[in-house]
Design a protein around this ligand. Structure first.
Ligand code: BJW
Length: 225
């Protein structure tokens, strides 16, 4: 059976009402990356960072999967055990749609992490700098999110999957953030058929053998079905 590895980014959740980062009016037009998405920003002003992620957590809790997420759930159901979703998204919409084989390389809004002892637990809807770690008691709780300068999760397994993939698809990602931005080239060189499904050509469009441009809710179901 074909092994299918799919990278998703913020564009797949745009039609579920969640803002992307780099589109016009996106999250990075409203917040400074250095302030809300780096460990240094969190050390300077944890309350600001918690407010940013509390707002996004509240939006994600209310969000529902769109036709693109649902198509990927069908794909996994049809090819049980042979489809891996590697998501940069922290919103949990793939699981809500029914995908089980999901790797959260940039963490998840529903997770809390202790910066002192690395203990992880389910995040409350509202996190606060005064929260203490349920394991070690340190007041160092943070969202379980991978910020700039930190190493994304499960990388060893992800590189391995990319090398074994027969098909690699990148959906709804601008291709500006590494290491995810290198996955298309890596999988293609290892022999995978590579497909980009995005609203517009990403900066890495030349790494893909096939491209389908348009809204994810249209191009993803058309690719899957
Ligand atoms: C639609 C649509 C619709 C819209 N339908 N499509 C210099 C050179 C190279 C690398 C570096 C460098 N300097 C620093 C680095 C490393 C750095 C990096 O890449 N920086 C770049 C900015 C240059 N990377 C890191 O620090 C990473 N760690 C790392 O590299 O560790 C070292 C290491 C790794 C591996 C092995 C060994 C060592 C960590 C990166 C952490 C990123 N974190 C963030 C925020 C946290 C998560 C969160 O808060 O949600 O993750 S940043 C933000 O960008 C978020 C996203 O996951 C990520 C990617 O964004 P995405 O998903 O692509 O969204 P957009 O908005 O950019 O694009 C949306 C796309 O959708 C657009 O193309 C639209 O057209 C499209 N679209 N509507 C279809 N309806």
């Amino acid at each position: 059976m074909e092994k299918i590895v799919i990278l998703t980014g913020a564009g797949i959740s745009a039609e579920s009402g969640l803002g992307t980062f780099r589109d016009e009016g996106g999250l990075w037009a409203q917040h400074r990356i250095e302030d809300v998405a780096t460990p240094e920003g969190f050390a300077r002003d944890p309350a600001l960072v918690h407010r940013f992620y509390n707002t996004r957590r509240a939006q994600a809790v209310d969000a529902v999967p769109n036709a693109a997420h649902e198509a990927l759930a069908r794909l996994e159901a049809q090819h049980r055990g042979e489809v891996w979703i590697v998501t940069q998204n922290v919103d949990g919409l793939h699981e809500k749609a029914g995908n089980a084989n999901v790797m959260h390389m940039h963490g998840a809004l529903e997770g809390a992490l202790c910066a002192a002892c690395d203990h992880r637990w389910p995040a409350p809807l509202v996190m606060d700098p005064k929260d203490v770690c349920p394991s070690c008691g340190a007041p160092c709780t943070r969202p379980d999110i991978v910020w700039f300068g930190e190493v994304p999760y499960q990388m060893e397994r992800i590189w391995q999957l990319l090398e074994q993939a027969d098909v690699f698809a990148a959906i709804g990602t601008s291709g500006q953030v590494y290491p995810a931005a290198a996955f298309g080239q890596h999988a293609g060189r290892a022999g995978a058929h590579t497909v980009e499904l995005n609203m517009e050509a990403s900066v890495n469009v030349r790494d893909f053998a096939e491209t389908r441009h348009g809204p994810a809710s249209v191009v993803v179901p058309a690719w899957v079905d």
